[in-house]
Structures are given as C-alpha cells and as structure tokens.
Design a protein around this ligand. Structure first.
Ligand SMILES: [Fe+2]
Length: 283
C-alpha cells in the first residue's frame, strides 16, 4: 500500500487553509501540492463569473476531465438531479435531503451508489456564502484509518470487508443501495474510502472478527472530533474548495440565510485526481 502525504496532515496547521490565487502562473501546481498534503485545496477565483465557466477553467487546469454524473442521478427516478453542475441552495419546493436544505450534513462521501474510489474529486464553488454557518466540514478519514490499522489491525480489517457498509438512497421514491467496503485498495495499491456516518448507512456487524467493526466505527467517530483531523472551511464568494472525495469524508454545518445572503454553492464531481500539466504545454 502506498501511503500518501495526507496521512500525516495536521489540520491545526494554518497553512492548510491558505488560499491559492488562481491567477498565479503556478496555481495548478500549488493546488495539486496542497491536495496531496491535506486532501483539499482552496482556490480564490474571480468573483462574478458564471459558475459553469469557472468550473470548466478550474477542471481544465487540474486535468480532471469532464464532470461526472453519479450513478444515483442516472437512475430514472432521480434524473432531476443529473446536471453536470449541481446547485446547492435552500429550496423549500425541492425534496433533496442534502442539496436543498439548510440543515447540517453528517460525514459522507459523494456518490452513494458508486463503488469506493470512483469519484476522486469534488469541487464546491461558492457563489455566495450563508448569512451564518454553512461551513464545509472535512474529516481526514484516510489518516484516521491508518492510525486505526496501527493500533487495532483487526478493526481496520473489518472496514475493508466487502459487505461492511450498505448505503441506501434517502431521496423520496428512489430505492437504490450499494454494498461495499469502507476502505479499499484501488488498482494502483492506493487506499480509497467511502467512509460515511449518516442516515444512508446500514452496517454489517458480522463483517470481520466479532466486535471489530464496532471498535473501528467508534475509533473513527472519535478521530472525527479531533482538531488534527477535522476542519471547518468557510468559503467566501468566488472561492472554490477542491477535495479528494476518495481520501476524505465531508459534511456541512447548518446555516441561516437572509434575503441578502442566500447560500449558493455549485458542485461538480470528477473521476480523475487532479494533476498539474507541465508549464511548457499549458497556460
Ligand atoms: Fe457531499
């Protein structure tokens, strides 16, 4: 197993939330370096551009390929959400449990029906922050897993069992689920995760040794409360949070909108990990 730099990240280090000015010539290299080190990066973009144009520019600079529509939203019953770029904002007429509510969101990875490791990158572009709250929460679940593996290998093993976690859609009228491991090694021997701890989860406690999955889950929950592994990011208008959806778990603080400050983020997902292109051939 290759161990990425992110395994030793400490989110108490103020460098992890430094903004990268996207206009800088070496912005892609800076963003890729930050993503390797922390699992995420924040880019400061120009504020009042069209979200689609911004996301296209950013994804091109990071060689992310086309945006990916997750399996759940390619199901006939969920086609309303199949846009390449998803608007995330409060909408009382919409029933999506994540996109359209102002409530908090517990730890999850994007792509409930996708196999572990498929959606490697998420970008959240902030058109406008909430009046209050709405921070995106980041949990370095990959580092937590490696700590668990050192302390209690049997518990870590249970998280890699193929039946450990079933995730079920909570979209009204959309009954689909996917079972798989919580952590796995991909075809390159790299550790990937779909660690989620919310109302989409059903755990198979018979996976692994007796009591092992329970120990693993309480270890991860405890780690997710530690300042070295958990961070709240408040995006300003014109900022983009880019994170490794296959290496960390994320959530959201509840928020309050006012007429003048209605939170609006635009989300895009990608199956590729960010890489910077050589200067001689780009930009
Ligand atoms: Fe999400």
């Amino acid at each position: 197993m290759s161990v990425p730099k992110q395994a030793s990240a400490d989110y108490r280090d103020p460098r992890c939330t430094l903004r990268v000015e996207f206009t800088a010539r070496d912005a892609p290299e800076q963003l890729v370096a930050a993503l390797d080190e922390w699992g995420f990066a924040i880019a400061a973009m120009r504020e009042f551009e069209e979200p689609d144009a911004v996301l296209k520019e950013l994804s091109t600079a990071l060689n992310l390929g086309p945006p990916y529509v997750p399996s759940l939203y390619r199901q006939e019953e969920a086609k309303d959400y199949s846009a390449a770029y998803s608007d995330i904002r409060s909408d009382p007429d919409d029933l999506h449990p994540g996109f359209s509510r102002t409530t908090g969101q517990d730890w999850h990875v994007d792509g409930l029906l996708d196999d572990v490791g498929v959606i490697k990158t998420t970008i959240l572009w902030c058109v406008r922050p909430a009046h209050r709250g709405g921070e995106t929460l980041i949990f370095n679940s990959l580092a937590a897993f490696l700590r668990l593996r050192a302390a209690d290998p049997e518990a870590a093993e249970a998280l890699m069992a193929p039946t450990a976690l079933l995730r079920r859609s909570t979209l009204p009228g959309v009954d689909h689920s996917r079972t798989g491991p919580v952590f796995a090694l991909d075809e390159n021997g790299e550790l990937v995760t779909r660690y989620t701890d919310n109302d989409t989860c059903e755990w198979d406690h018979s996976a692994g040794a007796h009591g092992a999955l329970r120990r693993a889950l309480s270890f991860l929950a405890e780690q997710s409360r530690q300042a070295h592994s958990r961070l709240a990011v408040r995006l300003g208008a014109g900022e983009a949070l880019i994170f490794r959806n296959d290496r960390l778990s994320h959530g959201r603080e509840a928020y309050v909108d006012t007429a003048r400050a209605r939170r609006h983020l635009v989300r895009a997902l990608y199956t590729k990990a960010p890489v910077a292109t050589d200067h001689s051939t780009s930009r």
